[in-house]
Design a protein around this ligand. Structure first.
Ligand SMILES: O=c1ccn([C@@H]2O[C@H](COP(=O)(O)OP(=O)(O)O[C@H]3O[C@H](CO)[C@@H](O)[C@H](O)[C@H]3O)[C@@H](O)[C@H]2O)c(=O)[nH]1
Length: 449
């Protein structure tokens, strides 16, 4: 396993490793040396899954000791990518020593030729949905090296994309995709890094189900003319660690399914004015709420970011928390009835298998396509009204979306609840996961033949 140096990439690669180990396979995981400690607890088969530490080279602009995206601001990703590419020699030595049958990778576009020279097969493993990757990262976008997307290029889906107007992006969403084509300091763009990785790998692998994303997977398969292996949902196992007492106690104090939980993943930092509209919108709902968000840009602490008088007004029914929280356990607490999410891929799955009503406020990248898929295609979630050019949302629009799904007797609320329940039941069908993984194993063996 050789994922991009980011928590959101290392985690799904490790989940997949656990699945392979459950079938008795030996897995070696290349990981930055000081980051390994953060993942030991997720390694459920330490006798089969071995971490090999990589020294992250010191490069200009990379803060001392930084190893993954969670150690740096998002805009420094290109600098980390330079350090990541410089691990090539260490990776080569590891492969020569290990002689694995297969490598799963994503961002290391230089890996396929290296692996081929050592007789090892490469599989591109996507940590994002098929719906979102096939919106931007496909040859149909016809972006040649040295060319750049304009924001208008990404409003329409690429030619042949399986869904019509429902997935069409608004201007502010399209603007986010332009970043993929930027070449930083003359280096390779993320668009070319990823499309090269996919083009040169033996097969592509998605955490997906045909029942949900079938047409998008077929489209991808045709675009790359490669086999797509599906792992199925790989749902997180119910955690054995109980919810921290302070949260459990606080949540216990409210009515069943009455609390709104709001969280935007591990990376998101908002603009201060949008952060304030969001919390004011939650205040306006009159419902109890628990927010997990980092302090917004320009603020050291959450306290200085909160609107005036906010803390006194919501005392006893509203909490804004800046540090890590056990999201999975929070979502399965009986008092939590609504999840206001950015629709990152991890949260998307966690929301689907929860019993919460879902409200989506995507913030960046793949989250826009994921959110459209959830609201317009699966119709399991409600979106918050935004301004087309810059995505601005008001406290009134946040409040309206939450109330639409939470108010008793709301017709829209009942519709999304029913659709959500259908998909939740499907994803939790006994043996669904096992049958996907068994098929996946058969296909891996075929690739090795
Ligand atoms: O306080 C926290 C914050 C996060 N999480 C967990 O961390 C994961 C976060 O993953 P995700 O929902 O995908 O959000 P991001 O961290 O924002 O993920 C990044 O990586 C994803 C791909 O894996 C992309 O889809 C997102 O757009 C990108 O922002 C989830 O399992 C959460 O349950 C917690 O448990 N507690």
């Amino acid at each position: 396993m050789f994922p991009w140096f980011a928590m959101g990439h290392i985690t799904p690669f490790l989940h997949l490793s656990n699945k392979l180990a459950e079938k008795g396979h030996k897995v070696t995981f290349l990981i930055p040396s000081n980051t390994q400690n953060k993942f030991n607890h997720l390694n459920h088969h330490p006798h089969l899954i071995q971490f090999i530490p990589l020294a992250v080279p010191q490069v200009d602009g990379l803060p001392l000791g930084a190893e993954t995206m969670s150690d740096i601001p998002v805009h420094q990703a290109p600098v980390l990518a330079v350090a990541f590419d410089l691990t090539k020699d260490q990776v080569k030595i590891a492969l020569e020593n290990l002689k694995p049958n297969l490598i799963f990778f994503d961002f290391a576009y230089w890996l396929p030729p290296l692996a081929e020279s050592l007789g090892v097969k490469c599989i591109f493993f996507s940590v994002c949905s098929a719906v979102s990757t096939s919106y931007i990262l496909v040859p149909a976008r016809k972006l040649y090296k040295g060319q750049h997307f304009s924001e208008h290029d990404l409003i329409e889906p690429p030619k042949g994309y399986p869904s019509g107007s429902s997935m069409k992006h608004l201007l502010f969403e399209a603007k986010d995709g332009v970043y993929f084509s930027s070449e930083f300091n003359g280096g390779i763009s993320f668009f070319h890094r990823l499309t090269t990785s996919m083009t040169e790998s033996q097969a592509l692998c998605y955490r997906a189900c045909t029942e949900m994303e079938g047409p998008f997977i077929d489209y991808f398969e045709k675009q790359y003319n490669k086999e797509i292996l599906l792992t199925g949902p790989i749902l997180p196992k119910p955690s054995h660690t109980p919810l921290e007492e302070r949260w459990a106690k606080w949540l216990d104090g409210f009515k069943q399914e009455s609390v709104v939980y709001c969280a935007f993943g591990s990376e998101c930092v908002m603009e201060k004015d949008q952060f304030q509209e969001l919390v004011l919108g939650l205040e306006q709902t009159g419902l109890p709420f628990l927010v997990r968000l980092k302090p917004p840009f320009g603020c050291e602490t959450l306290e200085e970011a909160l609107p005036e008088g906010f803390e006194e007004r919501v005392k006893g029914r509203g909490v804004v928390h800046g540090d890590w929280i056990q999201q999975q356990q929070i979502l399965s607490h009986a008092s939590v009835g609504c999840f206001v999410s950015h629709c990152g891929f991890g949260s998307m799955w966690e929301s689907l298998v929860s019993s919460c009503q879902i409200v989506l406020v995507p913030q960046a990248g793949d989250q826009h396509a994921n959110a459209k898929f959830m609201t317009k295609e699966l119709k399991v979630a409600m979106d918050v009204e935004r301004r087309e050019e810059d995505g601005w949302f008001t406290k009134e629009s946040v409040c309206k979306a939450v109330k639409l799904v939470m108010d008793e007797g709301s017709e829209v609320g009942e519709q999304v609840r029913a659709n959500h329940l259908k998909w939740k039941d499907f994803l939790l069908t006994e043996d669904l996961e096992t049958s996907y993984i068994n098929n996946f194993m058969i296909k891996l063996h075929d690739i090795l033949k």
